[in-house]
Design a protein around this ligand. Structure first.
Ligand SMILES: NC(=O)C1=CN([C@@H]2O[C@H](COP(=O)(O)OP(=O)(O)OC[C@H]3O[C@@H](n4cnc5c(N)ncnc54)[C@H](O)[C@@H]3O)[C@@H](O)[C@H]2O)C=CC1
Ligand SMILES: Nc1nc(O)c(N)c(N[C@@H]2O[C@H](COP(=O)(O)O)[C@@H](O)[C@H]2O)n1
Length: 224
């Protein structure tokens, strides 16, 4: 399995403002992201990203095949009128929940065309930030079994932290927009509990730097 994490942030590391505006990338960068989506089997996002952005997670800006959309959603909170659920009968959609998700909601999501995977987090490996989260190692094991081998993670910060901390990410691509958003409550590229010491931080090798006409910097890292 190959897991690529992609995100767009301001120079001060924010992926959205405190009030939830996440329109950071230029059109050119969004086209790159859609091209990248067209190369993967599945795109994964956290439920707070769905609630904040109501995304489509399609390749509509380019020619290509839509990847399977996977939502990590412990309590099954995905709105039935979200763009993802309204298109779930046409574009493959998986909602990964835990035993905290109401049965009725699970049936509703299935009726609308989504596949629901119930994967509760065991006691070991819990993140204090997400105490009753989806067991991501098990989720990725199941995705691999289903033939979903090339996975794109598109945030947000909590999901990014959980996956990085578990060592499930192979590559990170980050677009840095020439902006500063500020705000102590603004979401950053990686949230969660964080490490106490920089020396404990996840190590990366910078493999590519692209300076864009838009003023954006595109950085590609390999996780060590
Ligand atoms: N600029 C960019 O590239 C992007 C920006 N965003 C922004 O990020 C914000 C959302 O990010 P976050 O609040 O950090 O939430 P998130 O999108 O990472 O979702 C986190 C939620 O997922 C659920 N979850 C279940 N199991 C989990 C597990 N094992 N680990 C982690 N989460 C688990 C929990 O309910 C948790 O609170 C939005 O404002 C969105 O607009 C999101 C994606 C990309
Ligand atoms: N690469 C990138 N740049 C930004 O500026 C973004 N806000 C995001 N966000 C991610 O893309 C999703 C939106 O997808 P659709 O355009 O609706 O297909 C959003 O939910 C984030 O996962 N990414």
């Amino acid at each position: 399995m190959r897991v690529i994490m992609n995100g767009a942030m301001t120079v001060d590391g924010k992926i959205a403002t405190a009030s939830g505006d996440s329109k950071i990338s230029s059109k050119e960068d969004l086209v790159r992201v859609h091209k990248l989506r067209a190369t993967v089997d599945a795109v994964v996002v956290g439920i707070s990203t769905i609630l904040a952005d109501d995304p489509q997670l399609t390749v509509r800006l380019v020619k290509g095949k839509n990847p399977t959309r996977i939502i990590v959603d412990s309590r099954g909170r995905i709105p039935i009128d979200s763009q993802i659920m309204r298109t779930a009968s046409k574009i493959k959609t998986i909602v990964a929940v835990t035993d905290q998700a109401p049965e009725e909601k699970i049936h509703k999501l299935e009726d609308m065309g989504a596949k629901v995977l119930v994967i509760s987090e065991g006691k070991k490996g819990q993140s204090a930030a997400v105490p009753h989260g989806v067991n991501l190692k098990e989720l990725f094991r199941r995705l691999e079994k289903m033939g979903l081998r090339r996975i794109l993670v598109e945030g947000g910060g909590e999901l990014n932290w959980s996956l990085l901390r578990l060592g499930l990410v192979d590559e990170l691509t980050v677009t840095i927009a020439p902006r500063i958003a500020g705000g102590r409550l603004a979401t950053t590229l990686v949230e969660g509990d964080g490490f106490d010491e920089i020396a404990q931080g996840i190590r990366l090798k910078l493999v590519k730097v692209e300076r864009k006409k838009t003023g954006e910097l595109l950085l590609r890292y390999r996780l060590l």
